[in-house]
Design a protein around this ligand. Sequence first.
Ligand code: SF4
Length: 404
Amino acid sequence: MNNYEIVSPAGNLEKLKFAVLYGAHSVYFGGDSFNLRDKSRNFSHQDIEDALRFCKAHNVKTTFLLNSFVHEDDIKQLREYVKSIEHFDFDAVMISDPATLEIVQNSQLDCRIYLSTQMSTLNHLSANFWHRNGISRIVLARETTLDDIKKIRDSSSVELEIFAHGAVCISYSGRCLLSRYLSGRDANQGACSHPCRWNFALVEEKRPGFHLEIIEHKRDTHILSSKDLCLIHKITSFKDAGVNAFKIEGRMKSLYYAANVTRIYRHALDNPDLNNSFKDFYNSELDLVSHRPYTDDLFNEFSDMENRDVPYIKKVVFLGYINNEEQTDNPVVKTFNPIRPGDIIEAISPLNRDNILDTELTVLEIRNKDTQQPDELARPNSESYIKFDKSIPGNSILRKKMAV
Ligand code: SF4
């Protein structure tokens, strides 16, 4: 058994499946309420049942999110919601609020309890306090330095998880009122409208409506927006410091994002001796998922972290995936963006031992899945038989580089 876990985002059942197939040791997802992604297509009770079945079949752990903050008026509904899920066999639930901890501990839920990064745990006294009170794993505050992680590890036996990759908040570990103040949507209740990513201008008090340009960089002015976190090249240092689990952020991102980032981190953690030779490959793959410019400074060099020039970078179109489990010459493709005969595209595939390299393919023929007739186009949100110039593994994901 490895002594580390890659914890991948599962915004819906389809994303969960691909995170699992591409190397997650563990996945996290939320239900209808009380998690921090209100707008993600969260899991109904039926979805939860399907997710648990799929994860158990693949020996992958599950963390169910109950990590929103709880107002007085929420308590009754939270109790009822926890009651409605207490028969599920999660490996863990994630909480932020001591109220939720108490409700979960007094329920029939029979699983471990993890503490969200929202609790901003930064030191071993806090870690041990939570451990004594029933917490098995703590997602540390994103501001915890590598040195502090080592000190916490030396003085605490609680499991430690950190954010390894993805978007981060400009505010302290996500404790932020911007969204509530500017759009009436509470980030700590899962409804953030991301105003830190808005394009800002300056308005003088006596000239309302007259927007003075703030020149930050040539495209836009995002004075509050942070870069995305990317710890791929420091991951073994954090593992050696005693971190047990590495979280990939992104329940709102595509299944391509969840799958590709998961396979890169899994490969890097499983093959520390290959990290140098795969450095360029990791960089180019992580550049081919949608992101803002990356930083790995968030933990150790927080004061130097630049937060300027943060355009959203998107270099590939996610086309779809092979909806067959096994390698085949004539797969069924579920399409998210149009595919045409003659297109030259790329496939990424689930890790097969350490084989991680991508495949270039030419689309030879498309046939309608129902009529079996040739088609000039595989349309979004449909399934087609597509013949390529070579056979590709089941569950491969198809993408196309965008023209620059
Ligand atoms: S507005 Fe930005 S900083 Fe605040 S919670 Fe939302 S994403 Fe985080």
